[in-house]
Design a protein around this ligand. Structure first.
Ligand code: SF4
Length: 374
């Protein structure tokens, strides 16, 4: 693929997990130590395949996600970074860590190889809920991990939290929020539990749905989180993301504003030159593709006008600051009249000069609006 220079983010999907969480829909497989080397070999070949693209663009962020990237030997992560050879030490480099899979030695090595941001899969600080989610860590382990990561010199620490979990009540959620007050956290990603196809929870959806907080309680939990996070200095900058000043995720913002990104590893998506494509969603087949010189992509689509504009606009609206229409159109083209009408009639957005952004209702019913736009 011949490519010309612009900002480019890189995502590495590491599909290994020690146990499978019943709600998780990401592509993952049970980890065996011998898989690491095979993974690296395929990634090396993949990097080689897109070498020109990497050389001709400005790599602005790198993200190791999964799965559980912290299961990989640190030498493998370091080797990948060496192969990429990021242009500047100052770009945001994130790794996802599960609280039960880290060691102080590992964190120190991450820090030394230039990783400057950690995303920790905490989900809750209530042990009862962690058990329901079949997580292998305890609340204490998660808190220890945050402190250890900070002490090792990585100060940009994000945690994932969940609400709408089975049996979660206001008291339990309050407990989780109270813990945050005392922790060295700079960023929170807050998700509600959803029943995604092919998960254990999905298969048992009928029974489990009754154990979730009802709509009213769910809204109460969300409002509480937003209010308390803001009080603690976490500003909501995207529907699900809250950050202390200066700690908004540069990498994730790229997804919402349409920055190009290349995905490595099985099932990873890329977005490049108006095309969206996905690597083969199978570990062995992904490896084989590079061994046999076969295509490593199993899905590709080119978004044409007006779909490309509508889709990017819908994603971009996730940002709390909204979309600067003039700037947006300069980058991609005119927003179709029909889309502007949908936005105006929805009552879910406010127009302020050249800017359109979700209003209070829009933040709650974003999915409805997005599906109307797309
Ligand atoms: S939630 Fe994370 S640890 Fe659990 S199965 Fe999914 S990728 Fe693995």
């Amino acid at each position: 693929m011949a490519i010309t220079g612009s900002d480019l983010s890189l995502y590495f999907h590491v599909p290994f997990c020690k146990s499978i969480c019943p709600y998780c829909h990401f592509y993952k497989i049970y980890y065996k130590p011998e898989m690491g080397k095979k993974y690296l070999k395929a990634i090396e070949r993949h990097i080689n395949t897109v070498k020109t693209t990497l050389e001709n663009n400005n790599i602005v962020s790198i993200y190791f996600g999964g799965g559980t990237p912290s299961l990989l030997d640190t030498q493998i992560v370091e080797k990948i970074l060496t192969l990429i050879n990021p242009p500047s030490k100052n770009i945001e480099i994130t790794i996802e860590i599960n609280p039960e899979d880290y060691s102080i030695d590992k964190i120190k090595k991450y820090k030394n190889m230039g990783i400057n941001r950690v995303s920790l899969g905490v989900q809750s600080f209530d042990d009862k809920l962690l058990k329901i989610l079949k997580r292998r860590h305890s609340s204490k382990k998660a808190k220890d991990a945050i402190l250890d990561i900070y002490r090792c010199g990585i100060e940009n620490i994000s945690i994932d939290l969940m609400y709408d979990v089975l049996h979660q009540d206001f008291k339990s959620f309050q407990k989780t929020i109270d813990e945050i007050k005392n922790l060295k956290i700079t960023h929170i990603s807050l998700y509600n539990l959803t029943f995604e196809k092919e998960t254990f929870f999905y298969k048992n959806k009928k029974t489990l749905k009754n154990l979730m907080p009802d709509e009213k309680e769910s809204l109460r939990l969300l409002n509480k989180a937003v209010l308390e996070f803001e009080k603690l200095g976490f500003k909501r900058y995207e529907i699900s993301a809250f950050a202390k000043k200066g700690f908004e995720s540069f990498h994730n913002i790229g997804y919402w504003i349409g920055r190009s990104f290349l995905g490595f590893g099985p099932s990873a998506f890329s977005y490049f030159e108006n095309k969206r494509f996905r690597n083969i969603k199978n570990f062995q087949k992904y490896i084989d593709a590079f061994n046999l010189n076969n295509p490593y992509i199993d899905f590709e689509e080119e978004l044409k006008y007006p779909d490309n504009i509508n889709e990017l606009l819908a994603i971009h609206l996730r940002m709390i600051r909204g979309v600067d229409i003039l700037k947006f159109e300069k980058g991609i083209g005119k927003i179709p009249k029909k889309t502007i009408e949908i936005l105006k009639n929805s009552k879910l957005v406010d127009f302020e000069k050249n800017r359109v952004k979700l209003n209070k209702q829009g933040l709650l019913f974003y999915d409805t609006l997005a599906s109307e736009i797309i």
